[in-house]
Design a protein around this ligand. Structure first.
Ligand SMILES: NC(=O)c1ccc[n+]([C@@H]2O[C@H](COP(=O)([O-])OP(=O)(O)OC[C@H]3O[C@@H](n4cnc5c(N)ncnc54)[C@H](OP(=O)(O)O)[C@@H]3O)[C@@H](O)[C@H]2O)c1
Length: 323
């Protein structure tokens, strides 16, 4: 099969098209003939040598795909050969064929393109795991999402809206702010020209979903409402933070965070089942649907990652296998 490999760490041009054997499913896996694969920022971190695949995962990049099941492991029930699925992977998505744990597959909502289906799982399940899985989520939720233009951000805006909450975002330019508001953000603030902590200090934020870290954490802690949650999913702006501990005590805040990729297949399957149970109607109606910015052929994976690194995108970038 064709696959994009990482012979060494470096810039996007290290990504190399190679001919590899088709993987064989283990007892709990399905083998997917990939039609499209989503690109995620963690793929770039992996390429740069900053984000190693978890033990046992494919060393190839690619955390999400859509395609048809062509083989199943002996313990798998609920899926059959020929089913169209979108799947969360621990790696290996930039390829003609990929293995997924059966519990990490979802059916594809009616009318979605392969690219749309491929671009849902990683962002959808990251947002589910962090914002929804451990907390009842209701109309009173006022969520500030940093990176409103990102794959994660565009998905989170829709998930918060579909669940009755109110999303607020930060973006890096005014055009992205306008797009985020058109997508459902109550208010988008350009973080390069406006201090988000000043802009949202009277909003009564119940939750902040943060991919920036650094001084964003102290600023977020300052403006969260009592019993608020500050949730880190990345640290693009710095790994160390300082905040006023008295804010945490006085407002009884929760400061937390998580990563999705290293979790066990069983834990991921629990997230898939929970998210599917609660949000399937919003997927089926299209209220939650990936925003596709651009697609590339598999062999042009380097160009696709360069677009993500340029920061010009709004939403998701996908690879198409088109054989
Ligand atoms: N914890 C997990 O399990 C998990 C899973 C998946 C992804 N992630 C993380 O989530 C983030 C988004 O991933 P993605 O694949 O959706 O990537 P992406 O589309 O490339 O998005 C990166 C985003 O970061 C924003 N950003 C950078 N600096 C910022 C700042 N100072 N203030 C506000 N926003 C800033 C960018 O905003 P502008 O372009 O508008 O400047 C852009 O929207 C990445 O950091 C990724 O590593 C974490």
């Amino acid at each position: 099969m064709r696959a994009i490999t990482l012979p060494r760490f470096g810039d996007a041009d290290v990504l190399t098209l190679a001919d590899l054997p088709v993987p064989t499913p283990g007892p709990d896996d399905v083998l997917i003939r990939v039609q499209a694969a989503g690109i995620n920022r963690p793929d770039i971190l992996q390429r740069q040598g900053h984000y190693a695949p978890p033990p046992g995962a494919s060393p190839l990049p690619g955390l999400e795909v859509a395609g048809e099941i062509v083989a199943i492991g002996k313990n798998v029930s609920g899926w059959k050969i020929g089913d169209a699925v979108m799947a969360l992977l621990p790696g290996g998505g930039y390829a003609d064929y990929a293995l997924a744990s059966a519990g990490c597959c979802l059916p594809i909502p009616p009318g979605w393109s392969w690219a749309e289906a491929a671009c849902l799982p990683e962002a959808f399940l990251t947002v589910w795991a962090n914002l929804f899985a451990d907390t009842p989520f209701g109309r009173a939720e006022r969520v500030l999402i940093h990176g409103g233009s990102s794959g994660i951000g565009t998905t989170a805006i829709q998930m918060v809206r579909a669940s009755g909450g109110t999303p607020y975002v930060t973006c890096g330019d005014d055009a992205k702010c306008q797009k985020a508001e058109a997508l459902g953000a109550e208010r988008a603030v350009n973080y390069r020209t406006t201090d988000f902590a000043e802009a949202f200090k009277d909003t009564g934020l119940t939750t902040i979903l943060d991919m920036v870290g650094g001084d964003y954490i102290g600023r977020g802690v300052r403006i969260l409402a009592p019993r608020g949650r500050h949730i880190s999913i990345a640290a693009q702006g710095g790994r160390t933070a300082s905040f006023d501990v008295m804010d945490v005590l006085r407002k009884r805040l929760i400061i937390t965070g998580s990563t999705l990729r290293p979790r066990s297949p069983t834990e991921k399957a629990g997230l898939v089942a929970g998210a599917q149970e609660k949000l399937w109607p919003s997927l089926a109606s299209g209220a939650i649907k990936p925003v596709i910015f651009q697609t590339f052929l598999l062999e042009n994976a380097a160009e696709a990652q360069k677009v993500m690194e340029s920061g010009t995108h709004f939403g998701k970038i996908a690879l198409l296998m088109e054989r």
